[in-house]
Design a protein around this ligand. Sequence first.
Ligand code: ASP
Length: 280
Amino acid sequence: MKLIIHGGFFSESQTNQEIKKAKQEALAEIVKLGYKHLQSHTAVETVVYTVSLLEDCDLFNAGTGSQIQSDGRIRLSASLMDGKTMRFSGVINIEEVKNPICIAEKLLGYDDRVLSGKGAQNFARENGFDYYNPETPQRRKEYEQKLSDSIRLGTVGCVALDILGNLAAATSTGGKGFEIPGRVSDSATTAGNYANAFGAISCTGVGEDIVSGAVASSIVIRVTDGMPLGLAVEKTLNELKPFEGFAGVVGISARGELYHADTHPYMVWASFDDKIEVFS
Ligand code: ASP
């Protein structure tokens, strides 16, 4: 059993020791709870549970505490992939819900598995997901101060390998912040979140770059064809260099390899592989 999570990129973490410490503590606690869950649940159940905890933590840009978009609204995107069944489900730009990853989980059982906007919100309401405002005073303050020039990334993700050897990946985001309404993040695409029987990957970074590099699916396909996970990640991130792509990934292979890497300083992450490790 193995588990790795990320909390996206966050440049303040480098300079603001208080925020850095808060993120280290939050990630350590969440990876611990996630690993505990994995002892009695499947990889899919565990990535949903763990990402929902990350969504509820307002230090990260997913669920509660998400970035506000250029029109003052918050839109959330999240996806889930079960490596065993190869089913992918997700919501894109859904509004006024608490845990988009739980709506993605609900969709896993349907024929139509990726819903966007109003359709996703209607589906959520019909399935008992109540109105929820994910805005926090801090994000409103930042929005009002128009801190739009610096892209502030803090997407969350989780990859798990369960006791039966099955893999799953889940990713959730509030987007890159101040984007044009309607922009689609990578997080609810197979470029940002992908799993099969051989490997599972969750990405963070600039969605457009991640989609251009088809990052998560490329890494998993390389692992499927026999490449070690670390090499597959490095090769794929190298392919972003010609266009200065900005991405971070966490992943696990069915062979039990666990890996994280980023193109820029730096992605915040934590893993549970015998013991807890947290970014420093
Ligand atoms: N990938 C996300 C997006 O582009 C942002 C992030 O990872 O923080 O929407």
